[in-house]
Ligand binder design. Structure first.
Ligand SMILES: *Cc1c(COP(=O)(O)O)cnc(C)c1O
Length: 429
């Protein structure tokens, strides 16, 4: 399988270049040159396979022969060691729990697959690989956990000062070893811009063997396609779900579009955002007008210029009409989100995190107009990652902090304070 740049379909590279270099020199994003529907034989057995086997077939279909089948099987087996169950709030409104991995957010799927894929692709290189990653919350923790102690790699994480929750920060700053955390005096968009600026310097990149772990990296999106299949097969046979996706950088939604291209029947996509609503506004009027991000209680979605938008446009061949026929955009503010957290608790006794709550609001709005549809809302993180907000709305009782997160609170934070100047990173290379 070859990969092309969204800025130039004639620029083709192999999997190693796409994954290890992450970004093409023309500042586009890599895309698989084709995504072919899964064969008949897959559809005969897909409902009954274990999740890791399902994942293997999906990854194989996208990657072709780029990784030999036995190596790919091992990567998926080692990466996907936890489930993604569907929990009904009502027959029409289903919650896909994506927080059963080690760092309690869906990002574990992408990060764990990426770390193992990168390690496989660079196993014969002499130079250490340096992973540079900006995080608005959950990416950093997932990436740090996925690469921690992976030989031949180190990770530098940039996060916005005061822009992530206490426990999220602990996930970034307590591992030590090959993981370095930089606390940036700026926004998430600043962090992302700092990473991008260094990636555009090819010489620097090659000298330090730099790579990225943001959702701009194609290897993160591939395993995110797995759970769309897994969600759909937990519904009665023949159901075509509406997927409702709490979105920030739109990697999750892009992976869903990959799943659809692989042949998964999907009735419609709903992109749910907080007030950082660049994509819903684009879908409404066809005018792409990114803004600086505004902080909200669903902080992993505080993105003003979503990086995967270029991939979405590419998949719809720059056709706004066709994108909005398939994707609806809905945005909600913090007051509505807080209300939804309480309402879900009162009506169903389910505890939903602020990101999932934005999704529930969007699903409810969708079901008002189309009450026969079945919506699957992606619950992108465990509520305990946002404890202060959850306790404000529900009191201190209902949110249990899983042991793998709780044990971090007593560990000391180790982070380096830096300004938002891209050159700050050079000190740490
Ligand atoms: C990363 C993240 C999102 C946004 O996902 P994108 O793929 O960037 O759209 C939503 N919710 C949570 C909890 C996240 O960590």
């Amino acid at each position: 399988m070859q990969f092309y740049s969204t800025n130039n379909k004639d620029l083709r590279v192999d999997l190693k270049e796409a994954v290890v270099r992450s970004l093409p020199a023309d500042n586009g994003l890599y895309m698989p040159e084709t995504i072919t529907p899964l064969p008949e034989t897959f559809w005969e057995t897909w409902r009954d396979m274990p999740l890791n086997e399902l994942g293997f077939h999906v990854a194989k279909q996208i990657l072709g022969d780029s990784i030999p089948a036995d190596a790919l099987k091992q990567i998926v087996d080692e990466a996907i060691t936890f489930d993604a169950p569907l929990v009904p709030l009502s027959p029409q409104l289903q919650i896909l729990e994506l927080f059963h991995g080690p760092t309690l957010a869906f990002k574990d799927f992408g990060a764990r697959f990426m770390a193992r894929t990168m390690a496989y692709l660079t196993k014969d290189d002499d130079k250490e690989l340096t992973v540079l990653v900006a995080t608005s919350g959950d990416t950093g923790g997932a990436v740090a956990s996925a690469f921690h102690n992976v030989e031949g790699t180190r990770v530098i994480i940039l996060y916005p000062k005061g822009g992530v929750s206490d426990l999220q920060e602990k996930q970034l700053t307590t591992l030590g070893g090959n993981i370095t955390a930089l606390e940036v005096d700026g926004s998430f968009d600043d962090c992302q811009a700092m990473v991008k600026a260094n990636f555009l310097d090819r010489q620097l990149m090659e000298e330090h063997n730099l790579t990225s772990a943001n959702s701009i990296n194609i290897s993160r999106l591939i395993p995110q396609a797995f759970y769309y299949f897994h969600a759909a097969r937990q519904l009665p046979e023949g159901t075509e779900p509406v997927f409702v996706i709490p979105s920030g950088n739109f990697g999750n939604l892009t992976a869903g579009l990959f799943a659809q291209k692989l042949g998964l029947p999907v009735r419609h996509w709903v992109a749910a955002t907080n007030i950082n609503d660049t994509v819903p506004r684009y879908l409404a009027d066809g005018n792409y007008a990114p803004l600086a991000s505004t902080p909200t209680i669903s902080n992993a979605m505080d993105v003003g210029a979503p990086s995967n938008f270029a991939r979405m446009k590419n998949l719809f061949e720059n056709d706004w009409e066709s994108m909005r026929e398939n994707i609806s955009g809905l945005a909600f503010d913090d007051d509505e989100t807080r209300q939804a957290i309480r309402a879900v608790k009162d009506q169903t006794s389910y505890t939903i995190d602020p990101h999932g709550a934005v999704g529930v609001l969007a699903a409810e709005a969708w079901l008002q107009a189309s009450p026969e549809d079945i919506c699957i809302v992606l619950e992108t993180a465990h509520p305990s990652k946002f404890l202060p907000t959850m306790e404000q709305e529900l009191g201190s009782g209902p949110v249990e902090v899983p042991e793998r997160l709780a044990c971090l609170s007593s560990l000391p934070k180790v982070a380096h304070a830096v300004s938002n100047d891209p050159k700050e990173i050079l000190t740490y290379l």
